[in-house]
Design a protein around this ligand. Structure first.
Ligand code: E4P
Length: 217
């Protein structure tokens, strides 16, 4: 499963890039607002750091507005992926971008039928929000599993991005459900390496090593 980082904080991305774990970046209007920075400037800075896909979301609600904004965003760098809402207008814009060869991420997906529509409209990626479903006592992991089944049934090539990830458990749940990608907040990425037995094991090995009185060099 590929890892995207879900953030508009350029320093967080810079810090995580040298782990070799990152396969892409997603942003959204809320993350841009939280950064307090200029949207296009942030996207340009992120794209200067990585050649991997960087999702930038349109703000317009109508197809023509989405197309105009998306083309503008796509002109920032060749790895910009235009993020579109899963509405009929968004799907029309998605079909347009498919025709002209611009990659898309159809976002705010909460049902299998929506995911089917995104794939039929030619979306490069679809983003089912598992955390927001779990928040209202629905099963985000089951949605990923069902989308995986349907995409495999029909050979649909749209890649599934498990989004709205809130915890390490969500990451493993997305992987088990067959998601192609999980887009993960930086703080959650950092927790994935944590295990108390790793910490106690390192401490014990270090103690025993010191007792040998040896040095590797
Ligand atoms: C996906 O691309 C979104 O940016 C994101 O995962 C939304 O997560 P949230 O539900 O925590 O806001």
């Amino acid at each position: 499963m590929k890892f995207f980082v879900d953030t508009a904080e350029v320093e967080e991305i810079r810090d995580l890039l040298d782990t070799g774990l990152l396969d892409g970046v997603t942003t959204n209007p809320s993350l841009i607002a939280k950064s307090g920075r200029d949207f296009k400037e942030v996207i340009a800075e992120i794209c200067a750091l990585t050649d991997n896909p960087v999702s930038a979301e349109v703000a317009a609600l109508d197809t023509n507005g989405m197309i105009a904004e998306g083309e503008h965003l796509a002109s920032i760098a060749s790895n910009v992926v235009v993020k579109l809402p899963l509405t009929m207008d968004g799907l029309r814009a998605c079909a347009h971008f498919k025709r002209v060869g611009i990659h898309t991420n159809v976002t705010l997906c909460f049902s299998v039928n929506q995911a089917l529509l995104a794939a039929k409209s030619g979306a490069t990626y679809v983003s089912p929000f598992i955390g927001r479903l779990d928040d209202i006592n629905l099963d985000g992991g089951a949605l990923i599993r069902d989308i995986r089944t349907i995409y495999d049934n029909f050979g649909l090539e749209t890649e599934i991005i498990a989004a709205s990830i809130r915890s390490a458990n969500h990451v493993s749940e997305a992987a088990l459900a067959g998601s192609d990608i999980a887009t993960i907040p930086p703080g959650v990425i950092r927790t994935l390496s944590h295990h108390p037995l790793t910490n106690s094991g390192v401490a014990q090995f270090l103690k025993d090593w010191k007792d040998t009185g040896q040095s590797i060099f």
